[in-house]
Write a protein that binds this ligand. Structure first.
Ligand SMILES: Cc1cc2nc3c(=O)[nH]c(=O)nc-3n(C[C@H](O)[C@H](O)[C@H](O)COP(=O)(O)O)c2cc1C
Length: 353
């Protein structure tokens, strides 16, 4: 656990404004893209505890974005208050299509666009999208150039160490990122794991350090940031400019606020979990039809349950219900039964389910 002095050091570092292209963000702690989790309701839950410098959407199909109706889509919807810090993440494999999609994001008023070159899910990667682009560097560069010429707002790319578990793959990814920098990319998020690592192997901080040293633009480090100590460790070991929180932001939506205010992130955890889960559940049913609300609540319930020592039992309890009333009642009884089992470090294995 960090001392209060170390917490303060972390907070001061994270609160330094950072320039990304033509815009400046007020904190260096950002929400990583998470498909199926980072929709509007979840981002609102996180924004209820202010602090995140940027909020990313989950990946959005570049094919769909140009004609998508935000009133009908769950992935491509937002509230106007979040637009100044909202980054739309695009996936695709056709430069012109990606450019048109980015233009739509810019015209809607998003902070910027991010290109997904990190996702190694087979269905995405085999179509030369996501991390599949790391195997097709020329296409990756064409996409970046096409998007850069189409928009003036900040352009970011999210990458991982490489497609193969091989030092040469890391070198190739670094060279690719340098080419992106020359083509006008404003910042990158780097998840220092090879595709075959999935999330089972710890992030390789030495990869992130090499990556940081090779570029001039800001680099956000990402992967397994669970506590204030993990955050300080990544910043100090790698020199990266900022941090992107993924799954922990879902499990503990107040984390941005705590870290930026040098608070112990475990303080008031039970009350905060209860109140934010209740508000989130209600908001889901307010925004979307019951089937969709239920689906998103059940996805989130896994992350909420990971905070408790008897997480699987908690999950079973939380998800017993088909409508808002039943799910609210289940939430109350799950908290009453499991309150004493709250753990300082969540069960990360539940995150991988
Ligand atoms: C459910 C889930 C969905 C994800 N979706 C995306 C995505 O849409 N785009 C992306 O670049 N990365 C995605 N990722 C990867 C995360 O952004 C992040 O790199 C990874 O979870 C490691 O960070 P963490 O340990 O802080 O969660 C996803 C990860 C998870 C678990």
């Amino acid at each position: 656990m960090l001392t209060q002095e170390q917490r303060k050091k972390l907070a001061d570092r994270l609160k330094q404004p950072l320039r990304i292209g033509s815009k400046t963000i007020s904190s260096r702690l950002v929400l990583a893209p998470l498909a199926g989790l980072n929709h509007q309701a979840m981002r609102e839950s996180i924004a209820a505890f202010p602090g995140a410098g940027l909020l990313f959407t989950g990946m959005l199909s570049a094919r769909a974005v140009p004609t998508e109706n935000p009133r009908k889509s769950h992935a491509f919807s937002w509230n106007d208050r979040e637009l100044p810090t909202l980054v739309g993440q695009l996936f695709g494999n056709e430069p012109e299509q990606m450019a048109v999609a980015a233009r739509r994001l810019e015209s809607e008023g998003f902070f910027g666009a991010d290109i997904n070159m990190g996702c190694s899910v087979a269905a995405i990667a085999k179509k030369k999208c996501g991390a599949g682009l790391l195997r097709h560097p020329e296409l990756a560069c064409e996409i970046v150039s096409a998007v850069r010429s189409a928009v003036t707002f900040p352009l970011m790319v999210k990458l991982r160490s490489g497609w193969l578990d091989d030092p040469a793959a890391l070198e190739n990814t670094i060279r690719l990122a340098q080419a992106f920098e020359s083509a006008g990319v404003d910042a990158v998020t780097f998840h220092p794991r090879f595709s075959p690592d999935r999330r089972t192997r710890p992030p390789q901080l030495e990869h992130l350090k090499l990556f940081r040293q090779a570029l001039k633009i800001p680099v956000f480090g990402n992967g397994n940031l669970c506590t204030a100590a993990d955050c300080l460790h990544m910043l100090e070991k790698t020199g990266c400019d900022g941090l992107a929180l993924g799954r922990m932001a879902i499990a503990r939506p107040w984390l941005f606020h705590s870290l930026l205010n040098a608070e112990d992130e475990f303080e008031n955890a039970l009350g905060r979990l209860h109140d934010s889960a209740t508000a989130y559940l209600n908001r889901l049913f307010e925004l979307w039809e019951p089937g969709v609300a239920r689906k998103y609540y059940k996805k989130f319930a896994l992350y909420l349950s990971a905070n408790f020592s008897s997480g699987s039992r908690m999950y079973g309890r939380l998800t017993k219900g088909e409508n808002l009333d039943e799910l609210q009642a289940a939430l109350e009884s799950a908290f009453a039964e499991n309150a004493s089992g709250l753990t300082r470090r969540p069960n990360m294995l539940m995150f991988s389910m």
